[in-house]
Design a protein around this ligand. Sequence first.
Ligand code: HSE
Length: 437
Amino acid sequence: MNPIKVGLLGLGTVGSGTFEVLTRNQEEIARRAGRGIEITAIAIRNLEKAKALVKGHAKITQDPHSIVSDPDIDVVIELIGGYDLARELVLKAIESGKHVVTANKALIAVHGTEIFAAAQNKGVMVAFEAAVAGGIPIIKSLREGLSANRIQWIAGIINGTTNYILSEMRSRALTFNQALKEAQDLGYAEADPTFDIEGIDAGHKATILSAIAFGIPVQFDKAHVEGISKLNTQDIAYAEQLGYRIKLLGITKRAKHGVELRVHPCLIPSKRLIANVEGAMNAVMVQGDAVGTALFYGKGAGSEPTASAVIADLVDVTRLLTADPLHRVPHLAFHPDSMSDIDVVPMSEILTSYYLRLRVSDRAGVLAEVTGVLAKHGISIDAVLQRPAGEVLNQTDLIIMTHECQEARMNQVLNTLTSIQSVHGEIVRIRKEELNG
Ligand code: HSE
């Protein structure tokens, strides 16, 4: 059988990894796929760089449009990233009857509904394993391996850059800026690291997980997204004294009136395996009614780990090429006419426990005043810690862990506490997740 012909858009970190691994392991990959897989055309801005890597084994062009409309290409791999050009090229490839493999989480989380509808219409596949948690096969696991389950929740460390920063802030007491600089020097963070540190990248990935877990459309616009740029080393140290680690989690959870979809820093009990995922590693915890708790761990970024996911998608597409489109695994795990319209619940309705840190005047009655506000709103306290406020005279840090309450109620409490005279500056609020399955 003739090999499958693949057009590659982008030859950056993931693109070159894909080319290398596909070339290195081509014989075994072909034995798995049932036929050869060949990258026959590559679109890239820097032609010289491409020539050095490809050594005449593929056509090189600066025009990605020529690849998505090339009748000789069966599958397009989109690795250019971003929203607009990627969307245009992917839709054009689909329109030309080509299958698409992409690592672009922003594209899928924001334009997924449009892209999947177009693919459905044309009977082609859009595969995106590499879009979430790099080399960890979490999409396939959820969509196929766990298809017996009613998923209850997913919580994941799905951004390596922020996990590296948090790990170094904890283990070496670095400030956020010092740890970010290191992440940049090591090549983990982008030159403009906003997507990483403000939780947007994790938000895209959580949005995709949520669609696959619950059979709802991808809807990034409904996700609550907070990053780690406001975290300080002191809170990480206080959390540790209380038996917790702080991690940036992407969470999606079945709730009473819908689905929660949120990304924010979280306290997690230090004894959980996921709390011990350090450096740039990723991990995703899934709670299903039949399987119980499952934990997936591995490299969430990088050239060959991400290429591993891209090529697995290529193999899948190759195996399923001749299958009737109606009998393929649906893009979002659920058949398009069986999708659910349950809502993403507003953040104000979520239920969680909280870590609060207040800088307060160190005098009689202040603790009673603060805890009185919590009591008035029916919020029960789990633990309290008082620590000297560094060199500031007559002030102290008050750390309060609460039991579970509704976010709206906590917002009211924070408004009231901020207006109390003996509370100084901003109150730090970090949500807590037990993740005990
Ligand atoms: N910037 C991402 C991360 C890369 O740090 O995890 C993979 O999406």
